[in-house]
Design a protein around this ligand. Structure first.
Ligand SMILES: [Zn+2]
Length: 63
């Protein structure tokens, strides 16, 4: 008796591909150029979380 496994028949279907960049286009950080959490429609200068944190710290320390 020739017993063979048929993976093609019993195999689970491949999951749907997840888009790497879901959601609206994000504006680039004005300091480092990395994508921020803000959409491109945001007015004014946009900062990524890292630069935003650094800017906040600098503002807190000055004055
Ligand atoms: Zn940045």
């Amino acid at each position: 008796m020739d017993e063979r496994t048929d993976d093609a028949y019993c195999g689970t279907p491949a999951p749907a591909p997840v888009p790497a960049d879901a959601g609206p286009p994000y504006a680039d950080c004005v300091l480092c150029g990395k994508p921020t959490e803000y959409p491109e429609s945001t007015k004014g200068s946009t900062l990524c979380p890292v630069c935003e944190w650094q800017e906040a710290g600098r503002t807190a320390c000055s004055g």
